[in-house]
Design a protein around this ligand. Structure first.
Ligand SMILES: Nc1ncnc2c1ncn2[C@@H]1O[C@H](COP(=O)(O)OP(=O)(O)OP(=O)(O)O)[C@@H](O)[C@H]1O
Length: 228
């Protein structure tokens, strides 16, 4: 079953050229894949269409059986519960503890406090930050902050996780740890779509790779093809 489908999607920003041009692809439930391409190729735009911070100019983005064109108003927040997002710049609240930052999506959806505490502890353990639950983001390293961002993105058990250059500022060891964490998510049914311009990293992972060039999807490489 596909969790996400792009059907001939184009996106033109006001006054600009096509950032995406007639892009079509499917993501299966529990699949992990990468989208790569040079700076300006359209990777971030593609992710923004999925979590509805942008809208397509033409074509359809379909999530499960939901055409995202029809998702408006209050339904946007409901849609975002099902899509976890990891930003390159973390976007953590500086005056809140690690645990509070991770709890935020669950508080917003009105979950009971006791359940929130349990979930937050479990997910912080998963990203190896159980001991830093009470720290402020400014007291953490870049890699630790990134892991808090990931914990916040997965705490709500989304159907799809999208990550924009999640290892951009990290050393190779930390990048590998984060990729190992992402690789474990499909086992729980979460699909994972990672935008990265780091070709060495993408090749190492041996997953499906979508290649964008000036907004066009120019290649869709299967793991088998990558291995050759
Ligand atoms: N808000 C915007 N308004 C106008 N043009 C934009 C906007 N956001 C992106 N663009 C343009 O759309 C194109 C695709 O940008 P996008 O950020 O999606 O690329 P990218 O592959 O993520 O690049 P990078 O790796 O540098 O982040 C670029 O030409 C960019 O200048």
């Amino acid at each position: 079953m596909s969790v996400l489908r792009f059907d001939n999607v184009s996106k033109r920003y006001d006054g600009g050229h096509d950032a995406l041009s007639e892009v079509s692809f499917d993501v299966a439930q529990g699949e992990m894949l990468f989208v790569t391409g040079h700076s300006g190729a359209g990777k971030s735009t593609l992710l923004k269409l999925i979590h509805l911070s942008e809208r397509p100019s033409r074509g359809a983005v379909v999530f499960g059986d939901r055409n995202l064109l029809k998702v408006r108003g209050r339904r946007i927040a409901l849609h975002r519960r099902e899509v976890g997002v990891v930003f390159q710049d973390h976007r953590l609240l500086g005056d809140r503890s690690v645990a509070d930052n991770v709890a935020l999506p669950l508080i917003l959806r009105g979950m009971r406090r006791a359940d929130i505490g349990k979930r937050v502890r479990a997910v912080l353990d998963k990203v190896s930050l159980g001991a830093r639950a009470n720290a402020l983001p400014s007291q953490l390293s870049a890699g630790e902050q990134q892991r808090v961002g990931i914990a916040r993105a997965i705490v709500g058990e989304p159907r799809l996780l999208v990550a924009d250059e999640p290892t951009g500022n990290l050393d190779p060891t930390l990048s590998a740890e984060i990729m190992a964490l992402f690789e474990s998510l499909p086992e729980l049914g979460t699909s994972v779509l990672v935008a990265s311009h780091d070709l060495a990293l993408v090749k190492r992972m041996k997953k499906r790779v979508l290649v964008l060039n000036q907004g066009r999807l120019v290649d869709d490489i299967s793991p088998q093809d990558l291995a050759q």
